[in-house]
Design a protein around this ligand. Structure first.
Ligand code: CDP
Ligand code: MG
Length: 739
C-alpha cells in the first residue's frame, strides 16, 4: 500500500483506492469500528441529549498520503506551535526548504508551474521569497491573484504581519470596490477579477516583474481568462516571470497549456486521515453537521473542527443551532468556540479564525468552500463534510442563471478531507455514504467557464481589443452557444454593434466592474435623469441579501420593520427607501439596529456607492436626482434588465417572456402579495423552485421603449386587463415553509 504511494505518487494511489478499496475497506474496518464505537458510546452516555440523535459513521479507510514514518515530518504539537515566533513558523513551512531551489528555477524559466499541498506556504511565502530575491528592485511589483476576496485580504494581512509592514503600504490588496494599496506597494494580492480589470489600464502589466496566478486549480472564470491573457503577454515581455501555482491537482494540464512549462513540486507534509462515512444518507445535512460537531466535541481528543457549508445562510443558522445546544449543555461540556467564515464576513471577524485556541477549549470553524484550498487554518484535526457546495449553473438555451446547491466532486471531497491531516493525523466525517461517494460524485468540478454567463468577460475582452473570441486561447473553451448568447445579449444591450464591435456605450459600460446589465442600467439613468437613485439601487443590490436582519426570537418585529420599508413599484424602490432613510439619519448605527437593518451591509453599500459615483464621473455622467420619479427609476432598471421579464399568465403563474419558464416571486419580496402582471427580477435563486429575488413592477410598453431590437410587439401583446387574485399572507407562509 505504502510502497505504491512512494513509488508512483498520490494520484496513482488515489485512483486505486477509489476503484478498488472502498467496499473492501469498509468490511475490513467494520469490526474494529464497532468496538471503538461501543467505547465511545460509553463516554457519551452522560450527555443524553447528544446520544439521542447520534449519527452512526463507518470508517472506510485512510485518505492516501500516508507516508512511511521515516519520511514523515515529526508532528509539531499545538503547544510547541504556539510558542514559535513568527519567523520560526515561516521556517517550519514545507516550502521553506525549497526557497533557494525555487528562486533558481524562477530565474531559469520564464513560466513555472508550482504545485504543492494546501498549507505548504505557496501563497504567503512565494511573494516574500521573490521580494528577498530582488524582484521588486526599481519599484517593480509582484502580483498574486486569488479567486476569493477573503483570501486576498487575509493573506495580505498575514504577509504584512510576517514582514512587519503596515498593510496597505509595501504589501496590499485590491478587491472589487476596495483598494488597499499605495504607490509604495510592491507585493500586491488581488482577486483574479481585479487583475482582469487592470489589463484595461495596463495591457502589458508593465509595472509587474512577476505575476503569480495562484489557486489555479480552482479554475474560476476569471482565472481561466487570465491564463489566456498572461500566456500571450509572456511572449512579448520576456522579462516578466509567470508563476502558476496550484494545489496538488491538474499540474500537468497547466504545464501543457503553458507550452510545457516545467513543474516544481513541493512535497507535502501530510498525515494520515481516517475517512468515515455515514451508514445511511442524511436527510438534513445541516442538522447532521451540528450533531456531528457535538459528537466529536464530547468523544474525541483535542483538535479543532472544520465544517464545510454552502453559504452564509447555512453558516448563520448552524451557528445559531450550535450556540443554542451548547448553551443547553452548559458546563457539562468543555468550551466550544464557534467561528464562521464566508465572503461577506467583516475583516475583523475574519482574522479571529486564525487566533490560537485557548487551552482546554475547542474551535469549530463553519466555512464555505473558501477553506477547501484558499485558506489554511492551523490546528484542524476533524473535518465534517456534508458533500455540497453552491455553484453557478447556467442554461445557455434560456440564458437563465441561478445559484444551486450541488454535490461536490471527488477531488473536492479529498481536498476537504486533507484539511484535517495537515499538522497531525486527522479524521474526516463525510455526511454521505461510501456508496454515494463512489457512485454519485463526479471526479472533478466542472470549470466555471463552462457553467456561467459570459457577458461580463466578453465585454471586457472586447474592450481589450480581442475581437475573435471563438479562437481565444482558452484552456477549456466555453460551450459555443454560451459564447454566442453572451454576444447576443451584449448586442441587445447595445454594447456591441451588428458586426460584433464594441460601441461607445459598450466602452462606457466596461468602465464599471459590474455585470453588463447593471452597467447598462447605470448608463441608462442618464436619460431618465435619476443617476443618484440608480447608483444607490446598484449599491444596495450588490449587498442585497444581507440588508435585512431577522433574528429568530424576533421574527415578527423584524418582518414588520421590513414591511414598513415597502414602497409601491417593488423591491428596488424599497431598497432605495432604506438607504435614503439611513442617509437622513446621518448614517446612524442606532437607526439600523432599531429597524432590523444590518449596519455593516449598509456601510458596504455606502462604500460601493462612493466608488460607483467616482466611475460615473469618469464616463462623464452627472449625478442627478429625481426623487419622486419611481417610473424613471424603474425604466432605467428595465433598460438593463429587460432580459429578466416575467408575466403573470392566465393560470396565475409567472412565466419568463422569452422562454416561458415558470418562476415565482420570492416570499421576501414586497411584491409577493400584489402580483402585478409584468415584472422584472434581479436574479433567480433555485431552491425548491425558481424564485425571483428583488422584483419590480413594470409596464409592457416600457420594454419596446428600452429594447426595441429585442422584443417583438407581438410577444408583448397584452389584451387581458383582468386583475389576478392577490396572494394572501397565508400563501406566504405556505411558500416559506416549502422554501
Ligand atoms: O498557499 P498555501 O496553501 O500553500 O499556504 P499558505 O496560504 O501560504 O499558508 C501557509 C501558512 O500560513 C499556514 O500555516 C496558514 O495557517 C498560515 N496563514 C495564517 O496564519 N494566516 C493567514 N491569514 C493565512 C495563512
Ligand atoms: Mg494558497
Amino acid at each position: 500500500y505504502e510502497e505504491d504511494f512512494t513509488e508512483k505518487g498520490p494520484n496513482y494511489e488515489q485512483k486505486r483506492w477509489e476503484e478498488e478499496h472502498v467496499g473492501a475497506a469498509i468490511m475490513k474496518f467494520g469490526a474494529k469500528d464497532a468496538k471503538q464505537k461501543a467505547k465511545e458510546k460509553q463516554k457519551v452516555k452522560e450527555y443524553d441529549y447528544i446520544v439521542d440523535e447520534e449519527i452512526e459513521f463507518v470508517q472506510a479507510l485512510q485518505l492516501p498520503g500516508t507516508r512511511k514514518d521515516k519520511d514523515r515530518e515529526p508532528e509539531i504539537s499545538e503547544e510547541e506551535r504556539k510558542k514559535m515566533s513568527i519567523q520560526e513558523t515561516r521556517k517550519s513551512l514545507p516550502i521553506y526548504k525549497f526557497r533557494d531551489d525555487l528562486l533558481a528555477a524562477i530565474e531559469a524559466h520564464q513560466v513555472l508551474i508550482i504545485e504543492g499541498e494546501t498549507g505548504s506556504g505557496k501563497t504567503t511565502q512565494l511573494p516574500q521569497y521573490l521580494y528577498e530575491g530582488g524582484y521588486t528592485e526599481g519599484g517593480m511589483k509582484i502580483g498574486c491573484t486569488q479567486p476569493r476576496r477573503v483570501a486576498a485580504m487575509s493573506v495580505a494581512a498575514r504577509v504584512a504581519q510576517e514582514m512587519n509592514w503596515k498593510l496597505g503600504n509595501q504589501v496590499g490588496y485590491s478587491i472589487r470596490f476596495e483598494d488597499c494599496t499605495s504607490e509604495r506597494t510592491i507585493i500586491k494580492y488581488m482577486t483574479d477579477g481585479m487583475l482582469l480589470r487592470e489589463f484595461l489600464s495596463e495591457p502589458d502589466l508593465a509595472s509587474y516583474s512577476v505575476m503569480i496566478i495562484d489557486e489555479a486549480h480552482e479554475r474560476t472564470l476569471h482565472t481561466d481568462v487570465l491564463f489566456g491573457l498572461v500566456k500571450d503577454i509572456a511572449r512579448f515581455r520576456p522579462d516578466l516571470k509567470l508563476l502558476i501555482s496550484s494545489a496538488t491537482l491538474d499540474a500537468e494540464k497547466f504545464s501543457e497549456f503553458f507550452d510545457d512549462a516545467p513543474i516544481f513540486r513541493i512535497p507535502g507534509r501530510r498525515f494520515p486521515v481516517d475517512i468515515y462515512y455515514t451508514k445511511a444518507p442524511e436527510a438534513d445535512y445541516l442538522d447532521a453537521a451540528v450533531v456531528s460537531v457535538l459528537q466529536i466535541h464530547v468523544t474525541q481528543p483535542p483538535g479543532d473542527i472544520l465544517v464545510f457549508l454552502t453559504g452564509q445562510e447555512e453558516i448563520e443558522s448552524s451557528n445559531e443551532m450550535l450556540q443554542e445546544r451548547t448553551k443547553k449543555l452548559g458546563t457539562k461540556i468543555k468550551e466550544l468556540i464557534i467561528l464562521p467564515i464566508y465572503a461577506n464576513l467583516p475583516s475583523d471577524m475574519q482574522s479571529k479564525i486564525f487566533e490560537p485556541t485557548p487551552p482546554g477549549a475547542r474551535k469549530v470553524i463553519l466555512a464555505t468552500n473558501i477553506a477547501e484550498t484558499s485558506l489554511t487554518i492551523d490546528g484542524i484535526k476533524y473535518v465534517i463534510d456534508p458533500g455540497f457546495c453552491k455553484q453557478n449553473s447556467y442554461n445557455a438555451r434560456t440564458g437563465m442563471e441561478s445559484l444551486i446547491v450541488t454535490p461536490i466532486s471527488k477531488a473536492s471531497a479529498n481536498q476537504r478531507a486533507g484539511r484535517s491531516g495537515r499538522t497531525s493525523a486527522g479524521k474526516c466525517f463525510r455526511l454521505y455514504t461510501a456508496w454515494a461517494y463512489k457512485n454519485e460524485l463526479e471526479d472533478n468540478t466542472v470549470p466555471e467557464i463552462q457553467r456561467t454567463n459570459l457577458g461580463n468577460v466578453v465585454l471586457l475582452l472586447k474592450s481589450l481589443g480581442i475581437n475573435d473570441l471563438l479562437h481565444f486561447d482558452f484552456m477549456d473553451p466555453p460551450p459555443h452557444e454560451t459564447l454566442v448568447l453572451a454576444l447576443e445579449q451584449l448586442y441587445a444591450l447595445s454594447a456591441l454593434n451588428h458586426k460584433g464591435e464594441l460601441t461607445t456605450l459598450g466602452r462606457r459600460m466596461a468602465e464599471f466592474p459590474v455585470d453588463p446589465m447593471l452597467s447598462k442600467m447605470i448608463l441608462a439613468s442618464e436619460k431618465y435623469r435619476c443617476s443618484k437613485e440608480i447608483l444607490t439601487v446598484t449599491a444596495m443590490l450588490s449587498v442585497n441579501n444581507a440588508i435585512f436582519y431577522r433574528p429568530k426570537d424576533k421574527v415578527v418585529h423584524a418582518d414588520t420593520a421590513r414591511q414598513n420599508f415597502f414602497r409601491p413599484g417593488g423591491d428596488h424602490i424599497t431598497l432605495l427607501n432604506v438607504y435614503e432613510q439611513w442617509e437622513e439619519t446621518g448614517f446612524s448605527t442606532q437607526w439600523c439596529y432599531e429597524n432590523f437593518i444590518q449596519h455593516r451591509s449598509m456601510k458596504r453599500a455606502r462604500d460601493i456607492r462612493d466608488q460607483l459615483e467616482g466611475l460615473l464621473e469618469r464616463v462623464e455622467i452627472e449625478v442627478v436626482s429625481n426623487p419622486g420619479d419611481s417610473i424613471g427609476i424603474r425604466k432605467a432598471v428595465t433598460a438593463g434588465f429587460f432580459y429578466h421579464t416575467a408575466r403573470l399568465d392566465k393560470t396565475g403563474n409567472y412565466k419568463t417572456v422569452k422562454h416561458q419558464q415558470t418562476v415565482m416571486v420570492h416570499p421576501n419580496s414586497s411584491l409577493f402579495e400584489d402580483r402585478p402582471r409584468w415584472v422584472i427580477y434581479h436574479e433567480l435563486v433555485f431552491t425548491t423552485k425558481e424564485f425571483m429575488r428583488q422584483v419590480i413592477e413594470i409596464e409592457n410598453s416600457w420594454l419596446m421603449e428600452v429594447a426595441p431590437h429585442y422584443y417583438k410587439s407581438k410577444e408583448l401583446d397584452d389584451k387581458s386587463s383582468r386583475k389576478m387574485p392577490k396572494n394572501t399572507g397565508k400563501a406566504r407562509e405556505d411558500v416559506t415553509r416549502t422554501y
